[in-house]
Write a protein that binds this ligand. Structure first.
Ligand SMILES: Nc1ncnc2c1ncn2[C@@H]1O[C@H](COP(=O)(O)OP(=O)(O)OP(=O)(O)O)[C@@H](O)[C@H]1O
Length: 243
């Protein structure tokens, strides 16, 4: 569904952060991006999320080169993407369902945006997505009363409710205890399979990628040095990424 060819990016200082990255992203995948600190994970994710400019490279999405699209067309395409940053900001005083509804901002009429009201069907849809991330029973609880893992799920539901087909998540489980991290990733894996959404997530612990990802990308010094189906890596493969 998305092919990236020869993506390169350098900083103003001349330091190359991404170097000739070519990857293929298919429907329903959970891609675990792993690499050492400063290897380029966040920069790559931001470029894929179309949030950061790059110097060279081609993005082919559903047979169209999106780099050559006009502003309006690009805006439409961008709505298929959602970026969930590390510790995604939520309105802590609002309920889980109201936070999810914020993802529907572009879909609502101006009147409803101004009055802050949500149509009944929007509400049902948001509840539907909370159910998909296993939080239906906490829909009316304020975000401030939920755990880190539950808040991360809300951020994911908010991305999905926009109708995103590709969710790009930077360290979605960093700072979570192992149980919460396992349960967020296990839900994400099921979601990818069931809903055919693609998730690209950077993961600090290789073990999480090995356990949950359907594909693992290893990045080192701005280059993809490993791109394989998710499984336990051999020590040779690990060394390629971390040595
Ligand atoms: N805006 C910037 N200004 C200066 N250097 C930058 C900038 N953005 C990225 N870098 C540098 O680019 C390299 C890659 O950074 P990036 O944040 O993508 O790495 P990362 O793999 O996500 O690291 P970490 O796991 O530590 O968060 C690093 O050397 C970083 O210092």
């Amino acid at each position: 569904m998305l092919t990236i060819r020869n993506l390169s990016k350098s900083l103003q200082s001349g330091q190359e952060v991404l170097s000739k990255i070519s990857v293929q992203i298919d429907e329903g995948e959970l891609i675990g991006l792993v690499g050492g600190s400063g290897s380029g994970k966040t920069t790559l994710l931001k470029c894929i999320a179309l949030k950061e400019k790059w110097d060279e490279g081609q993005f082919i999405y559903e047979d169209r080169d999106i780099t050559s699209l006009g502003m309006i067309e690009k805006f439409k395409v961008k709505r298929d993407w959602a970026y969930v940053e590390e510790k995604a900001p939520l309105d802590l005083k609002k309920s889980a369902v109201k936070n999810v509804l914020q993802g529907r901002f572009y879909e609502k009429s101006a009147l409803r945006v101004l009055t802050g009201t949500h149509a009944r069907d929007e509400h049902v849809l948001a509840m539907d997505y909370l159910e998909k991330v296993g939080l239906l029973d906490k829909a009316e609880m304020k975000a401030q009363d939920l755990s880190g893992g539950e808040r991360q799920r809300i951020a994911i539901a908010r991305a999905l409710v926009q109708g995103a087909k590709i969710v790009i998540a930077d360290e979605p489980v960093s700072g979570l205890d192992p149980d919460s991290a396992n349960s967020v990733l296990s839900d994400l894996r099921d979601l990818c399979k069931r809903e055919k959404v693609t998730v690209i997530a950077s993961l600090h612990h290789l073990e999480f990628a090995e356990k949950y990802a359907s594909r693992i990308w290893g990045i080192k010094e701005g280059r993809i040095v490993l791109d394989i189906a998710g499984r336990r890596l051999t020590s040779l493969e690990r060394n390629k990424i971390f040595d």
